[in-house]
Ligand binder design. Structure first.
Ligand SMILES: N[C@@H](CCC(=O)N[C@@H](CS)C(=O)NCC(=O)O)C(=O)O
Length: 375
């Protein structure tokens, strides 16, 4: 700035010199005055634009709303064992449910501080956009259209899935090509419905979509023989198969129709809330990566390892800087466990479904689960 002012001063003096005769002096003052005004205006325009205040970004403050309510409102399906299911006693369980519980654990040190809302495929996005729920944790595929067109912000993927097809064993259907002219059941408001149409068109196969808004109606229609096949996320087919009257007579074909990265979502426009939810999910993944579990947490909290101490909020201010408790990661691990514990308990080896980790293994074990660094 100083050198710019010196330069300006030099130019003004040279202008006045050019108009140094008596009769031209008023013109000289006028010209230099105009020059000075224009130059100062230009200088002001060169000033760096101040950064917008982080807290002013976004029109809502969801963290404040959730904290003053004392509870998280979480949208789930409630109809999908292993992911989100409500039993006769009204108790919720599943991987998607544990995401809600992890957020409540991090914020309130209480995984039960959650109010669940059951939402079908069609209702889920409106519930988020209207502010009725704080988070959507409901086997929802992250797509470009939903991310940019539906005023949603997707969080880290919690389950890498793919669309599949289930048929009766005695149908002798082995491949998608055998589905020519078949009646195929699917649920509306899903990526499933659209992917099926793309797949069949690509293969030039005629078929009849039989669609329902309700998941139970969809599976009942298949069970009753209304459809030759049913298509949904493979995880959903595996878990809902166990609820058919005769699971052993049905098979999920090997064929994978599409990529279905399932991720929670929050409403767009509140980057602070999005960051909090995002890093709570990453905390469960990073805990597995660092071999910290609900079983060894107390020992790990005594560790002298700098990375462990920073991650658990013993040193540093990672949580505090986000506006939440500095030990939010420890709270998640204590109440809900790390990602492996969450997976194994709900859909993996310790569950009735025994879904192999596959793509949901950690990156260092050949999978896709990866948390950016906590630093
Ligand atoms: N991941 C897909 C499909 C999600 C979906 O809604 N699948 C059905 C088929 S099993 C479901 O979960 N329904 C449960 C319900 O409506 O409560 C998407 O995001 O569109």
């Amino acid at each position: 700035m100083d050198h710019q002012i010196n330069h300006l001063d030099r130019q003004m003096r040279s202008l006045r010199k050019k108009f140094s005769t008596l009769w031209t002096r008023p013109i000289a003052w006028l010209v230099s005055g105009l020059f000075l005004f224009a130059s100062l205006f230009a200088l002001a325009a060169c000033e760096p634009i101040p950064e917008p205040n982080q807290s002013s970004i976004g029109s809502t403050n969801r963290l404040k709303t959730v904290l003053s309510r004392g509870k998280l409102v979480c949208g789930v399906s409630g109809e999908l064992p292993g992911f989100s299911f409500v039993n006769k006693e009204g108790k919720y369980s599943g991987l998607d449910v544990d995401v809600c519980k992890a957020i409540a654990a991090a914020l309130f040190d209480n995984p039960e501080a959650v109010q669940f809302r059951n939402l079908n495929a069609k209702e889920r996005f409106t519930a988020l956009q209207s502010g009725e729920i704080d988070v959507l944790s409901r086997n929802t595929t992250w797509t470009l259209g939903r991310d940019t067109g539906s005023r949603l912000a997707f969080m880290p993927v919690v389950f890498y899935d793919g669309q599949g097809v289930m048929v009766r064993k005695d149908s002798n259907i082995k491949a998608i090509a055998n589905l020519k002219d078949a009646d195929i059941c699917a649920q509306t408001g899903t990526t499933t419905e659209q992917n099926l149409a793309d797949q069949m068109r690509k293969r030039n196969l005629a078929y009849k979509p039989v669609v329902y808004e309700d998941v139970n109606a969809t599976f009942n229609a298949y069970q009753s023989g209304r459809c030759t096949a049913i298509t949904a996320d493979r995880s959903a087919l595996v878990v809902r198969r166990t609820r058919l009257a005769d699971p052993e007579n049905h098979v999920v074909l090997d064929f994978v129709v599409s990529k279905e990265p399932l991720a929670p979502a929050v409403s767009d426009g509140d980057s602070r809330w999005a960051d909090i939810v995002k890093w709570i999910i990453f905390a469960a993944i990073e805990a597995e990566d660092l071999d910290i579990s609900s079983v060894n947490l107390a020992d790990q909290q005594k560790s002298s390892n700098a990375e462990t101490r920073r991650f658990l909020g013993i040193d540093g201010s990672l949580g505090k800087d986000m506006g939440i408790s500095n030990d939010f990661t420890a709270r998640v691990i204590k109440h809900v466990g790390n990602y492996a514990e969450i997976y194994d308990r709900n859909i993996g080896k310790d569950s009735p479904f025994k879904l192999p980790r596959g793509q949901n293994e950690l990156w260092k074990n050949g999978g896709l689960m990866y948390s950016p660094p906590f630093r």
